[in-house]
Design a binder for this molecule. Sequence first.
Ligand SMILES: *Cc1c(COP(=O)(O)O)cnc(C)c1O
Length: 405
Amino acid sequence: MSSEQNFPKERKLYRPATELVYVKSVNIDEDTIEDPYNASSVPIYQTATFKQTSSSGAGKFDYTRSGNPTRSACEAHLAKIMAAKDAFVVTSGMTALDVILRLVKAGDEIVAGNDLYGGTNRLLAYLQDHMDIKTHNVDTTSVDAVIEKLCPNKTKMVLLETPTNPKIKIADIKSISEAVRKLAPNAIIVVDNTMMSPYLQKTLSLGAHIEYHSGTKYLSGHHDLMAGVIGVNSSELASKIYHVINATGVGLSPFDSWLLLRGVKTLAVRIEKQQDNAIKVAQFLHNNGLTVHYPGLPSFPQYSLHKSLSSGPGAVLSFETGDVGTSERIVESTKIWAISVSFGCVNSLISMPCRMSHASIPAEVRKQRDLKEDLIRLCVGIEDPIDLIEDLASALTFAGYSVKI
Ligand SMILES: *Cc1c(COP(=O)(O)O)cnc(C)c1O
């Protein structure tokens, strides 16, 4: 028995980078040791069923839809990283949201942002059309805009993203949560924290009831799996969420749970490097006169608000050229920056959100929400920043800019 497997539940936590690599073995409860060999990497329990020792079947695990040791180890690790009491891993970020949305019933209302992830928008629109669940999309940079749509009897959920993507708008989770808890006490405050990851922002301590992530992004870090993560502090919410996951069978597979657990160990080094690179790239674009949206630039309008919520600006930024054709030429002539949706990967990516990740939002809605068609999004990876900047510089030159590095 190693000391690692016996640390008390209330032990003092190390600093985040240490905790990320400090993974407990499969003994989720301190009293049960399930790995007889003390494997230092949590094994993959690739099995659908577990033999029981009695006819009443009282074993900790019986069927992988309901629970699996690899998934449980991954969940215990993520709960610790998110400062959550319980965490759940599911098959994608959208699955995480789908599970959470099952807490809402027909006739209830949701208040959400107006610069949401495209898939989130699509799922909320589906609920509105099929289930009589109305979503009010408001500008969540304004606490008052959220308050205006709160109805103590009807509002069942407030759904926030910050920073938003791709416009990079900041929602004051803390003030919004305080207002919602006072004015619509039945509403569940949910934050999609994918853009920041738990390494940079912990929303449960800022007032959210539920924090979720697309584990496909920073948590796994290599674009080699899809996953979703849900974290909560209330045991009542935890049991409702577990009920849906078990009832529908969307828990993450053992192999993907193992991959996610492996990926998350390097979260600190990846984010620190990606963020360092992003700051340099943002500065380069800003110095060349482009309109850059990035919370790491002191000129960013909500610089101090973002700083009060998180410990860093992250590695996603967007910028405008003012012309769709120019943006197309830039995006299509970069070499290191791959044209791809998504973010959070070790490789740098470039995209035009209105053409790609946000194309599912109808053009007129994009216009209403002032989502610029020429907007270019950069998701910065861990490459050498000089190569990244030189590649962008030659693309900008090709598109007609006279660039200084
Ligand atoms: C990617 C993403 C999602 C959806 O996650 P999937 O894993 O792709 O299902 C949700 N929210 C945000 C902010 C995302 O970037």
